[in-house]
Design a binder for this molecule. Structure first.
Ligand SMILES: Cc1cc2nc3c(=O)[nH]c(=O)nc-3n(C[C@H](O)[C@H](O)[C@H](O)COP(=O)(O)O)c2cc1C
Length: 157
């Protein structure tokens, strides 16, 4: 059986993409199916068919999403699609030395998706680059229990 999940990656220097690859591997080892799409050139249409999504994004500028995520978040803001058939989780990468804008990129996606009717499964995972921990390790340990607690019970039989 297993769960299908699409991982959407917002990144500037590649960390979030590496995290997504480790997460994909952990999910597939556990018998789930995960595909990765970097956000470049994506718009709100990516959510059209509904299903399970994992937003994996860093934060830049003044608490902004990375450049490759701008078009996606702008199109969600403009089109305002009905996302009631979407369930999502968030892996937010940030750095606590930025204090007030810590992980705001992921937080912006969370707010936007929730506003459009999508349902967040569980809590966001937030990684602090100044903590000395590796985001790919933390995320790979977090993701399978997250899927099994929140997404597997929703699976259609
Ligand atoms: C110029 C710059 C600005 C950043 N701004 C923020 C920020 O406002 N808030 C935050 O939590 N992290 C901020 N970060 C930290 C990154 O989000 C973090 O290092 C992340 O792991 C980078 O992931 P990426 O390689 O996928 O882009 C910033 C990093 C850089 C280099």
């Amino acid at each position: 059986m297993g769960v299908d999940i699409t991982i959407l990656v917002g990144t500037m220097t590649g960390t979030a993409e590496m995290v997504a690859q480790e997460v994909q591997q952990a999910l597939e080892t556990a018998g789930h199916r995960a595909s990765i799409q970097v956000m470049d050139n994506l718009d709100a249409g990516v959510f059209q068919r509904g299903g399970n999504f994992l937003i994996c994004t860093s934060t830049y500028g003044n608490g902004d999403v990375p450049d490759n995520a701008q078009a996606l978040i702008n199109s969600l803001e403009t089109w305002r699609p009905d996302l009631r058939n979407v369930t999502y989780g968030v892996i937010a990468l940030g750095d606590r030395t930025y204090k007030d804008t810590f992980c705001q990129g992921g937080i912006r996606f969370d707010k936007m998706l929730a506003e459009l009717g999508a349902r967040r499964a569980g809590e966001m995972l937030m990684h602090d680059a100044s903590s000395g921990t590796l985001p790919e390790e933390l995320a790979a340990q977090w993701v399978v229990p997250w899927v099994e607690q929140y997404l597997a019970p929703l699976r259609q039989h």
